[in-house]
Design a protein around this ligand. Structure first.
Ligand code: 13P
Ligand code: SF4
Length: 304
């Protein structure tokens, strides 16, 4: 049944000139039908060069908006219209505009997990895999980092030569994990290396053997000589790594590390999108798009 639906999706993709992009938090059956699977940074890079005229973004809304900003001539479909990212919607433009007035000599560095609207007042955009590099590379010494306080704290500690102001936003899924969860996982699996996403709290990341994006975590686990790993990010990564490296063992840091928004997209949703009968076509007014895309383009130049 899953295989039949996947075969039908593959046929319709060709027939309707569709490219499927999937974030690595998607389930295995969805990743298998994608043309490209990656973290937020890799997906943004990919969006620019997609040859097909229609892109189905299997992920959350800000990811589909990023594709639309970079490829406005394409039809961009968000796989499930309900799939938002709570962190992306935590701060609005008016509030950040007021904060900017309080710190006029600070550059606004926005995590890509923000709405298109909020990106219009950001100077630079970053992802979890590029934040440290970009904060180091920009000419400004003072950085107002929005919205994730945990990623911001992680970067601030790694880039001590810059001054950071942080606001208290974050990912409800990653921020739910406490130091005691990490200590318990390490006690249960003493031979395992502990790999963590920087959206986790500092008291969790400080116990990690490796801190990085979803792609970073997957690459680290694949290339490591170690055979056991505790995975401190969304639990789909545990599943994908199990398929990639069946000879290794992967343990979820917590059974609560499940993003309800990323879990919304199902294989039948993807089928409906490629058949032209599902998802949501993203539209951005040109003024917002032009203002928001600048910080993403700077990210691509600085991120390499
Ligand atoms: P990545 O930068 O690893 O893709 O993370 C995106 C995200 O939403 C993590 O919660
Ligand atoms: Fe947003 Fe967190 Fe889900 Fe990532 S895991 S999409 S940051 S809610």
């Amino acid at each position: 049944m899953i295989k039949d639906l996947q075969a039908e999706i593959a046929r319709l993709k060709k027939e309707n000139d569709v490219c499927i992009l999937a974030h690595s938090y998607m389930s295995e059956d969805v990743c298998e039908v994608a043309d490209f699977v990656g973290d937020s940074y890799a997906l943004a890079l990919k969006a620019k060069g997609v040859p097909q005229k229609k892109v189905v973004m299997c992920g959350v809304r800000f990811m589909a908006e990023t594709v639309k900003m970079l490829a406005p001539e394409k039809t961009v479909i968000l796989s499930n219209p309900q799939a938002g990212c709570p962190m992306a919607e935590q701060m609005d433009k008016e509030v950040i505009a007021e904060v900017k007035k309080m710190y006029p000599d600070y550059a606004v560095v926005a995590y890509i997990n923000t709405t298109a609207e909020l990106k219009t007042i950001a100077d630079y955009c970053v992802t979890s895999s590029s934040a440290e590099k970009i904060c180091r590379a920009i000419p400004e010494k003072n950085i107002l980092f929005i919205p994730d306080i945990n990623l911001g704290t992680y970067v601030r500690n790694r880039v001590p030569e810059k001054n950071f102001k942080l606001l208290s936003g974050g990912c409800p899924t990653h921020a739910r994990i406490e130091r005691a969860d990490a200590e318990e996982a390490k006690r249960l699996h003493p031979e395992a290396l502990f790999l963590v996403h920087p959206e986790c709290r500092p008291e969790v990341t400080e116990l990690a053997d490796y801190v990085g994006s979803t792609k970073g975590i997957m690459d680290f686990a694949k290339n490591s000589g170690n055979r056991e790993f505790i995975i401190g990010t969304e639990n789909s990564i545990v599943q994908h790594l199990g398929f990639c490296c069946p000879e290794k063992k992967f343990y979820p840091l917590s059974k609560n590390l499940i993003c309800p928004n990323m879990k919304l997209t199902t294989l039948p949703d993807v089928y409906a999108c490629v058949a032209g009968a599902g998802g949501e076509a993203i539209s951005l007014d040109e003024k917002t798009r032009l203002a928001a895309v600048k910080c993403i383009e700077r990210m691509i130049v600085l991120g390499g």
